[in-house]
Design a protein around this ligand. Structure first.
Ligand SMILES: Cc1ncc(COP(=O)(O)O)c(C=O)c1O
Length: 470
C-alpha cells in the first residue's frame, strides 16, 4: 500500500468509533483462553511475586495474562500447556530464518562445547562476523559490537558528538530507539514529548530535539535555530516504530540532504530493518547512505548481545579501544562491555548473515508478508471492517484499535489511547485462542519458515476472530 493510502486509511480508522469484540463474546474468549492455559496462569501468579508486574518483556501479551513459552521451532512456538502458535512475534524482529535455525544453533553449540562462551578478548569469529556485515552494507567501513539496539543508538549519538563537536540530536516524533536516557522522548505518538520520560532529568533531554515525521519545514527550522550545533539526525528509515508512522516518498533523501547542508551526521537506526528490508538494509532499499548505522536484532538471530554500530571510518575511529585510545589529537568516545563481542554473539552473527544470504530469506519472508497482508485486507473487505493491514516486506502492521495512529490534537486523546489499546489486547487474546501469536496484536514479522500453507492457516484463524466483530 502506498504512503498516501496508508495515511488516509489510518485517519479514517481512528476518526470513527472503535470496533471491538462484543463483551459477551469477549467473555467466552477469555474463558477459552483460561481453559487452554492453566499452567501459564499458575506461573504468572508466581512471577508476580518475583518480577515487577510479573513480566519484563514489553512485547509479551498482557491480557488477560502472559502465556509462558516452552519452545520455538521454525514458524511455531509452544507454551507450557502444550498449545501451538503460528508465531508472527518472531522475538520482536530478530528471527527471519525461522526459530532455532539448525545451522546457527549447531555453530553456537560448537563454540560452547569447544571454546568458551566469553573470555573478554577477541576471537576469530569477531573478524569473520564483521567481514560478513561489511560485505553487504557498503556504508560500514568500520564496525563495533554493542550489547543491544539501545546501546548501539546511545553509542552512535556519543560518537557523532565527539566527531562533530556539536551537541544537539534530532529525532523524529513517534520513533523508538530503545530506552537510553536521551531517546526516551517523543515516542509512540508524535508530539507527546516528555510524557513517558519519567526518571530522566530534563537536563539530559535538553539536547534532544524532536520534529514531526515528514515535516521538512520544521526540520529546517530546527537547524536554523540551533545553527551549527546539531550533531546528528537519528531516524528509523522505515518510519517511526518500524513504519507505524510511515514515511513519505523521498523523506530519507531529504534527511541526507539537510544533514549534508548543515555538517550533521545521519544515523540510521536499522535495528529492525537491517538484514530484513535487504541485505544492505533500508539504506539499500531507499538508496540513501547514512554516516552511521545502528544494528541489532537480526544480526544475532535471537542470540544474546545483539548490537553494533558501523559507518564511516573517520567517525568510527573515535571508538578505538584501549588505554591509549585513538591516535594523538583525536578524542576517544568511551564505550565498553565486558562480554560484548563474545564468541557466541559473533558466531551467531557470522552464521546468521551467511544463512540469510544463502537462503534468500529476505525475499521469502517478504513473500509471506505480502500474502498475509493481502489476505487480511480481503478479510476486512469481506466483513466490511475499517481495519488496515500494510507491510514493508516482512514487517507487518495490522491495525484494528490503532492507538498510535491517533494525533495529539484528536479529541479525548488519552482516553482514546487507552480504549484503543484495550481493543488491540482483546484481539491479541482472541487470536491466541485461535493459535496465532502477534506483536501486541497489531504488528508482526514474517520469516522464511512461514510457508503459504501456514499463512493460509493464520488467515483462517483471523477469519474466525473477525467474525466476532462483524
Ligand atoms: C528501531 C529500534 N531501535 C532500537 C531498539 C532497541 O533495541 P533493543 O531492544 O535491542 O535495545 C528497537 C527495539 O525494538 C527498535 O525497534
Amino acid at each position: 500500500m502506498e504512503y498516501e493510502e496508508i495515511v488516509r486509511r489510518l485517519r479514517e480508522l481512528v476518526t470513527q468509533p472503535v470496533l471491538r469484540i462484543a463483551p459477551e463474546k469477549m467473555k467466552k474468549v477469555i474463558g477459552a483462553f483460561e481453559d487452554l492455559t492453566p499452567r501459564s496462569k499458575e506461573l504468572f501468579v508466581k512471577a508476580k511475586t518475583l518480577i515487577p508486574g510479573g513480566l519484563e518483556h514489553n512485547l509479551s501479551i498482557k491480557h488477560p495474562y502472559p502465556v509462558v513459552i516452552d519452545k520455538a521451532l521454525g514458524p511455531y512456538m509452544w507454551d507450557v500447556d502444550g498449545n501451538q502458535y503460528i508465531d508472527f512475534l518472531s522475538c520482536g524482529g530478530p528471527i527471519i530464518l525461522g526459530h532455532n535455525y539448525a545451522p546457527i544453533r549447531d555453530a553456537v553449540a560448537e563454540v560452547v562445547q569447544n571454546n568458551q562462551a566469553a573470555h573478554g578478548v577477541t576471537s576469530e569469529y569477531e573478524i569473520k562476523a564483521i567481514e560478513q556485515i561489511k560485505k553487504y552494507v557498503p556504508s560500514v567501513e568500520l564496525f563495533r559490537f554493542f550489547a543491544s539496539g539501545t546501546e548501539s543508538n546511545m553509542a552512535a549519538l556519543r560518537v557523532a558528538r565527539v566527531f562533530t563537536g556539536k551537541n544537539k540530536i534530532i529525532k523524529i516524533g513517534g520513533s523508538y530507539h530503545g530506552w537510553g536516557d536521551q531517546l526516551v522522548y517523543d515516542m509512540h505518538i508524535p508530539g507527546i514529548k516528555a510524557i513517558e520520560s519519567h526518571g530522566i532529568p530534563s537536563s539530559v533531554l535538553k539536547h534532544t530535539l524532536s520534529i514531526p515525521p515528514n515535516n521538512e519545514k520544521k526540520l529546517r527550522r530546527v537547524f536554523k535555530k540551533y545553527e551549527n550545533d546539531v550533531a546528528a539526525i537519528i531516524v528509523e528509515p522505515l518510519g517511526g516504530e518500524s513504519g507505524t508512522h510511515p514515511i513519505k516518498p523521498g523523506w530519507n533523501q531529504i534527511l541526507r540532504e539537510v544533514c549534508d547542508e548543515n555538517g550533521a551526521l545521519l544515523i540510521f537506526d536499522e535495528v529492525v530493518s537491517g538484514f530484513r528490508m535487504a541485505m544492505g538494509g533500508a539504506q539499500e532499499y531507499y538508496n540513501v547512505k547514512p554516516d552511521l548505522t545502528a544494528f541489532g536484532k537480526i544480526i544475532t538471530h535471537g542470540f544474546p548481545m545483539c548490537g553494533g554500530v558501523g559507518g564511516r571510518e573517520d567517525v568510527m575511529i573515535h571508538f578505538a579501544a584501549g588505554i591509549e585510545g585513538v591516535e594523538k589529537g583525536k578524542k576517544r568516545t568511551y564505550t565498553g562491555g565486558t562480554v560484548t563481542a563474545n564468541p557466541i554473539t559473533c558466531a551467531a552473527c557470522y552464521h546468521t548473515i551467511k544463512a540469510i544470504a544463502e537462503t534468500n530469506a529476505i525475499e521469502k519472508a517478504a513473500a509471506a508478508g505480502d500474502r498475509l497482508t493481502k489476505g487480511l485486507e480481503e478479510l476486512f473487505e469481506k466483513y466490511n471492517l475499517p481495519f488496515v493491514a500494510f507491510n514493508f516486506k516482512s514487517v507487518l502492521h495490522i491495525e484494528t484499535g490503532a492507538p498510535l495512529a491517533l494525533k495529539l490534537s484528536d479529541p479525548d486523546i488519552f482516553n482514546q489511547i487507552n480504549v484503543r489499546k484495550k481493543v488491540m489486547d482483546e484481539f491479541q487474546a482472541a487470536l491466541l485462542t485461535e493459535g496465532v501469536f502477534t506483536l501486541a496484536g497489531s504488528r508482526g514479522y514474517t520469516t522464511m519458515a512461514h510457508t503459504n500453507e501456514i499463512i493460509d492457516q493464520a488467515l483462517e484463524a483471523y477469519d474466525r476472530v473477525l467474525q466476532l466483530v462483524a
